[in-house]
Design a protein around this ligand. Structure first.
Ligand code: NAD
Length: 546
């Protein structure tokens, strides 16, 4: 290192630092002033030319996994160019940096590992978590995404390989809502893994131990959250891809003492509710008149139902009546009062009804207007299920939200074909438009990225001390309002991702308003909340250094 400092340290170090590096876009003046001359090929490129080269390189790759590796490599080299490429080509890039390809990347994380990113806290760091977090080089941390890797997408326990998820989600906070990259901190808590295949792999990057449970696990989480509050007092913590039981427990325990939320529960709830609100604009029915039947009663399903109940109550319906609009089928059949095997989070939705064994019998009996798949089990919205829904409803609402694509309850093609084009369809992972009898149907993607970046920006702008359900309800209603008539006529229940920064700003303003109104903000309400929100949004443009 001392050799480096004797020469032109700045220029060389700038090229190695992804935050400052502009690569071939360093100007003549910068090359002269910063000791860069000769370290770069002579032709100065524009950022647009660089993006074109990135796209060419990306599209020449043979597989999505190679594209993912290439994009993360770019992030490690030149952050601004990475975000410019993502922002300008979001529809193409989103499935690569997030679901579905990030799922594949997590499964192969150890094999494709190149450079570390984020903070790894292992169970062996207990008692020293604060010191570990202090190694992070940026101090104004505003958003932390943390996972313990136990339920990665619909793929199960991937242990420390789950780091791909916080990294991917935070890249969407920046791209979709302009949260500055240096304000984002990805964290993986390595508490071991019960995935034997991973543990038997010599390349596995995590601890080769079974998962930590019980008091020691809880103590590590507490220590982590305490350290976050001390070191990064304005940070929002997003819990991500924890297994069902821990997810509910950790949220309940911490939501009133830490600025935190769980995206799998609350973010999913808001995006799905927004989709339902838009779907009823297509079917021409009232949201209050819907009967929703969920397949899967986990974090996503019960989270959506809780927020749907909150929306109905907010519209004036008694809570007991609102709960009767939400029915669940889990792996043991219809969720009813007489069952003795129900986890705590399912109890508020256990209905007075005779037991029914499966989805098709529940559809025949209950005649729902919407089925919402959040089971992680593919092919469960079978032809029979979709045909039955179409027999009962003129325009059945069919949301197959399980991720990644391989786990979706049905494909877009199946939903439109088996319903003869009548289904109002949305999915968790992206599906291409479907042509049927001369009509093109554009499936909506109920991607949480419509919600969490805007919520994060709203929290950052207001410096809110907490994240509340009221904020998610406001986020859902705001998102639904952003869906235009043009979208609806194509069958889309979400706006185009091209408008995501605008959509996120609108959501952020709605969230910040709640923080100001409820006394949760750390400062007084500015005169123009939307303008304040927009002024904070980072843009992937090169700064001039001379
Ligand atoms: P979870 O593990 O908390 O819940 C899964 C539920 O499905 C459990 O209640 C389980 O009993 C039930 N289940 C399993 N097999 C079933 C079967 N054959 N029939 C009926 N029920 C069955 O998981 P989660 O966090 O709720 O996520 C579930 C799925 O939703 C995942 O695939 C996840 O990727 C997806 N998801 C989508 C979005 C989105 O689209 N925006 C957001 C979050 C989660």
């Amino acid at each position: 290192m001392s050799d480096l400092n004797e020469h032109h340290p700045l220029g060389f170090q700038l090229l190695q630092n992804p935050v400052f590096n502009k690569g071939t876009a360093f100007t003549e003046a910068e090359r002269n002033a910063l000791g860069l001359r000769g370290l770069l090929p002579p032709h100065v490129q524009t950022q647009e030319e660089q993006v074109a080269r990135v796209l060419g390189n990306l599209r020449r790759k043979d597989s999505d996994l190679e594209r993912y590796i290439f994009l993360i490599g770019l992030l490690d080299r030149n952050e601004t160019l990475f975000y410019k490429t993502l922002s300008d080509h979001l529809e193409e890039m989103m499935p690569l940096v997030y679901t579905p390809v990030v799922g594949q990347a997590c499964q192969m994380y150890a094999e494709i590992f190149r450079r570390p990113r984020g903070i790894f806290i292992s169970k062996n760091d207990a008692g020293h978590v604060r010191e570990v977090l202090r190694n992070w080089p940026f101090h104004d941390v505003r958003v932390i995404v943390v996972t313990d890797g136990e339920r990665i997408l619909g793929l199960g326990d991937l242990g420390a390989n789950g780091m791909g998820i916080p990294v991917g989600k935070l890249s969407l906070y920046t791209t979709c809502a302009g949260i500055p990259p240096q304000c984002c901190l990805p964290v993986t808590l390595d508490v071991g893994t019960n995935n034997e295949t991973l543990r038997n792999s010599p390349l596995y990057i995590g601890l080769n131990e079974p998962r930590l449970r019980g008091e020691a696990y809880d103590a590590l989480i507490d220590e982590f959250l305490t350290a976050v509050r001390e070191l990064f007092p304005r940070a929002l913590v997003q819990f991500e891809d924890f297994a069902n039981n821990n997810a509910f427990r950790l949220l309940k325990k911490n939501r009133d003492r830490t600025c935190c939320f769980n995206d799998d529960i609350q973010g999913t709830a808001a995006v799905a509710l927004a989709g339902m609100l838009s779907a009823t604009r297509i079917t021409g029915q009232k949201f209050a008149g819907q009967k929703m039947l969920f397949l899967g009663a986990g974090e996503a399903g019960t989270g959506i139902a809780e927020l749907a109940v909150a929306a109905l109550v907010d519209d004036g319906m008694p809570e007991a009546e609102a709960r009767q609009r939400c029915w669940f089928v889990d792996s043991h059949g219809l969720v009813v009062r007489t069952r003795t095997d129900l986890a705590e989070h399912k109890l508020p939705f256990a209905q007075e009804h005779a037991p029914l064994p499966d989805l098709i019998s529940a559809i025949r009996d209950l005649k729902p207007s919407a089925i919402i798949g959040v089971s992680g089990k593919p092919n469960t919205f079978s032809r029979e299920v979709i045909e039955e829904m179409s027999r009962i409803n003129e325009r059945p609402i069919i949301f197959a939200l399980s991720n990644p694509t391989s786990q979706a309850e049905c494909t877009a093609d199946e939903a439109y074909r088996y319903s003869n084009g009548c289904a109002v369809f949305a999915s968790g992972s992206p599906f291409s438009p479907v042509k049927l009898n001369g009509t093109t149907f554009v499936p909506g993607q109920g991607n949480n990225a419509y919600i969490f970046p805007g919520v994060g920006l709203g929290v950052m702008a207001s410096e809110s001390r907490r994240v509340t359900d009221e904020m998610f309800l406001a986020a859902a209603r705001t998102l639904a309002l952003e869906v235009g008539v043009n979208d609806l006529t194509q069958g889309r229940v979400y706006p185009s991702f091209e408008r995501i920064r605008e959509v996120s700003a609108a959501i952020a303003a709605a969230v910040a308003e709640i923080a100001y109104a409820r006394g949760l903000a750390m400062h007084a309400r500015p005169a123009n909340v939307r303008a304040q929100v927009e002024s904070l949004m980072w843009k992937p443009e090169y700064k001039s250094y001379v």
